[in-house]
Write a protein that binds this ligand. Structure first.
Ligand code: ADP
Ligand code: MG
Ligand code: MG
Ligand code: MG
Ligand code: MG
Ligand code: MG
Length: 751
């Protein structure tokens, strides 16, 4: 079950002294596994999902709903269930779900929040299409198993956040008073975190390293009755328990118009949906890492599910930035803040770091010749000594740059016992740094025993309320990955633009209202035969990107010679300015295709012909203007990810029923992107707005919270019965059809 071995976790003052040693040893362990695994070939195309749950305590007769802190008991109950563990595969507990004996039992993991669970499939999924259809069932089994090892009042739910975590009054069961020595939060008790020493130490060391509490400030949503300016009424400016209580008095920690939160639990207590892919070799892994990266913000906006914090409606739709702030361990100096009175000599920071260690990723790593130096992050910070050490150990500059970037961070939790001897048959020190760099993509080397392959993890998606949706988004990402590899697609845009997209994804209803930078031509035909110099790419890390970006002025010849093998001997294709390669697109265009592409696909041909006839007529009458409202950038016609997936499915052998079932998943994605169906975030907002107890003042009251959670539980119970979602409206689950459209009940595949 993966609880880490116990040991003596060092407090920050002690831990910081050993940071260098951990990095040194971590790099040695990395080189060891790299040398062992770099030539690994033909690993199977496997993948696996991770689903995270909140455990809530809900009963009809209690007006309040709580977070249950019984994580450890629930995990123990699962572990000790002899029935489950002896038989494996299907047991009595599955009686009404259709599983078979070869189905391995799911695996449950602890998480940071003591009110959270994580569950993964018992073994990774293969790439067979039939297996894709097993995912949803497996997710349902996980939820069912979890429920069966809880008290009757406890429920596993897949909301990203508990709407009233940190609100005044009781929100955990059992109750604990706030303000403990680890978190020093004025809103949540220390007992909110998993008590395993690793987690409170992580929170405390982040806070100590920073020199103040974390600041998680989310703009409040200004509704008709929300005061302006708005002051977070739950902030207590008069606490004197800890020195950190000054943060709100003198540190400006709680600005007007922001919901103010001050602890790791507000971020790391959020649930997400992650997908890990195994590549056939390191080259393919690096390609997947790069190509999936620009899709991160798109999928974040499309899965938006987080509109409420600490009992208030927020003016953002997703969890990402809150987690980023909740674990931001940078010192004021590292954040580039001017320290009043600080002399140059007093400065200790090795560098200014533009991002939190939880952030969108900052490197591209593929040896793909289509990777232009201009795409790289101009602000990338690396540790040059570590890069040199990796290169001296035989790693290429591009990958060395990636790890030299991750290794600018300090290890946060160090166990004294691990500092005795360096064990090259382990990867613990490497993982210490690697797994506390929470970027939206993670490049996972094989474990020390080299038993499995190179993997890439896609981490931005928000968890969805139902297993149907979680399966749909998982399966969609698997299919998109297959499409990328089989069509050799090119999604590269500058990393700085991916960062901008990440910010855009936070906006309310960004999925429908905003545009995201996306590459115009993703097909390999424009692949330039010249090779981007890895030396040139590596040179970017100093922050002077534009100086050696030769293609901007159209003279690719000035590039330094390549280290990688050039691709064939095709004549060089001229490359234009990078900025011409991408354009702002709506998510509808990215998922379903641009109007032009739909036109070319023949979908709108008839409609278009009629339009043209009309225009022709108008032109004859002298009323037609070529600069009408319909004007749009016609320099691109992106076919859309769904049509690309469809044509991939057309090109492989899929039986009719499988295709039909996959189609229900694709249909959900398609309709979320087009706005035919709404996101979870929008559903929650509308649920709040329509609630009789809501006063238009952005407040999500206890009563409202209870009804919302009650609706979510009802949906879960309905899904567990496998009977589809229609009719939930009559049971008081308002607006649900607009989110899921009665899926399943209307699906013809089951007939
Ligand atoms: P982490 O929390 O570090 O991301 P987990 O073990 O919780 O890791 O989850 C990793 C996911 O990767 C799980 O879904 C698991 O099934 C999947 N997985 C495990 N082994 C492989 C593999 N060889 N290839 C692809 N996916 C794998
Ligand atoms: Mg996990
Ligand atoms: Mg994990
Ligand atoms: Mg997790
Ligand atoms: Mg993970
Ligand atoms: Mg969240």
């Amino acid at each position: 079950m993966g609880l880490l071995a116990l040991g003596t976790a060092l407090e920050w003052e002690e831990a910081r002294k050993h940071a260098h040693q951990v990095r040194e040893w971590g790099i040695k362990q990395l080189l060891e596994i790299w040398n062992k695994a770099k030539g690994k070939e033909r690993d199977a195309m496997l993948w696996g999902d991770e689903v995270e749950y909140l455990v809530v305590t809900y009963s009809e007769d209690n007006p309040k709903v709580f977070l249950s802190l019984r994580q450890a008991d629930i995990l123990r109950a699962l572990e000790n269930d002899k029935d489950l563990n002896n038989k494996g595969g299907c047991t009595e507990v599955h009686h009404d779900v259709d599983c078979n004996d070869s189905t391995p039992l799911p695996v449950f993991h602890p998480e940071f929040g003591r009110f959270m669970l994580e569950a993964t499939p018992g073994k990774p999924w293969g790439i067979g299409f039939k297996e894709l259809l097993g995912v949803e069932l497996d997710m349902r089994i996980r939820r069912k198993l979890a429920k069966e090892h809880m008290n009757s009042e406890e429920h596993p739910i897949t909301l990203t956040t508990f709407p009233r975590i940190g609100s005044p009054g009781q929100f955990t069961s059992p109750y604990y008073p706030v303000s403990g020595p680890r978190l020093r939060s004025q809103f949540v008790p220390d007992e909110i975190a998993n008590p395993h020493i690793r987690f409170p130490t992580l929170a405390a060391n982040i806070r100590t390293r920073r020199g103040r509490k974390v600041q998680v400030n989310v703009p409040v949503f200004k509704d008709v009755n929300t005061p302006s300016p708005w002051k977070d009424p739950t902030v207590n400016y008069d606490l004197h328990n800890w020195p950190e209580d000054d943060d709100v008095r003198t540190g400006g920690a709680a600005p007007d118009n922001f919901i103010h939160m001050d602890a790791m639990a507000f971020g790391m207590g959020s649930c997400c949906l992650q997908i890990t892919f195994q590549a056939k070799n390191i080259t393919e892994g690096r390609q997947m890492y790069d190509q999936l990266s620009p899709l991160g913000p798109i999928m974040l906006a499309l899965t938006a599910a987080t509109p409420v914090y600490k009992g208030f409606l927020a003016d953002t739709d997703v969890r990402w930035n809150q987690i980023s702030n909740a674990v931001d361990d940078r010192t004021p100096e590292e954040m580039g803040e001017k320290i009043p009175g600080a002399t140059k000599r007093a400065r200790t920071a090795r560098w200014i770091i533009p991002k939190s260690r939880y952030a969108s990723n900052s490197t591209y790593i593929s040896a793909d010749p289509r990777l232009r130096p201009e795409y790289m992050d101009p602000d990338l910070v690396i540790d040059p000594a570590i890069k040199m050490q990796l290169e001296a150990g035989g790693m290429d500059g591009l990958l060395a740059t990636h790890f030299a970037h991750l290794f600018i961070r300090d290890p946060l939790v160090i166990f004294a016992e691990d500092l005795q001897t360096l064990d090259l048959n382990k990867t613990d020190h490497f993982e210490n740094i690697q797994s506390t760099n929470w970027q939206h993509m993670r490049f996972k080397p094989p474990p020390a025993d080299n038993s499995i392959g190179w993997r890439v993890e896609f981490r931005p998606m928000e968890i969805q309320m139902t297993d149907f949706e979680n399966a749909a988004f998982s399966v969609f990402m698997v299919l998109v990955t297959r499409v990328i590899l089989s069509f050799d697609l090119n999604f590269y845009i500058p990393i700085a633009k991916v960062d901008e997209n990440m910010a855009t994804a936070h906006k309310v209803d960004a999925v429908l209202k905003d545009k995201f930078y996306f590459r115009k031509n993703v097909f390999p035909t424009s692949r330039p035969s010249r090779v981007s110099s890895s030396a040139g790419l590596n040179g970017m890390s100093g922050g002077s990107s534009s100086s050696n970006s030769s293609s901007r002025n159209g003279s690719p010849g000035s590039r330094r010679s390549a280290r990688q093998t050039p691709v064939g001997s095709r004549p060089p294709t001229p490359v234009g300015p990078v900025d011409d390669e991408y354009t702002p697109m709506s998510i509808d265009e990215i998922i379903n295709g641009t109007r032009q592409a739909r036109y070319h696909a023949g979908l709108k041909r008839q409609q278009q012909q009629q339009q043209q006839q009309q225009q022709h007529q108008q032109q004859q009458n002298g009323t037609w203007s070529s600069h009408g409202e319909e004007e749009e950038d016609d320099s691109y016609d992106f076919p859309g990810l769904i049509p690309l997936v469809e044509s991939y499915l057309d090109s492989v052998n899929v039986d009719v029923r499988t295709r039909c079932e996959l189609a229900t998943y694709l249909d959900l994605i398609r309709k979320r992107a087009s706005g035919k169906l709404i996101t979870t975030a929008r559903w929650i907002r509308d649920f709040v707005a329509a609630h009789p107890g809501y006063e238009g003042d952005s407040v999500v009251s206890e009563e409202l919270n209870k009804d919302l959670i009650g609706a979510v539980i009802k949906v879960g119970e309905r899904e567990a019965r496998g009977k589809g979602f229609s009719g939930l409206e009559e049971e008081g689950v308002r607006g649900f059809e607009r989110m899921l459209g009665g899926f399943r009940a209307t699906s013809g595949c089951y007939e």
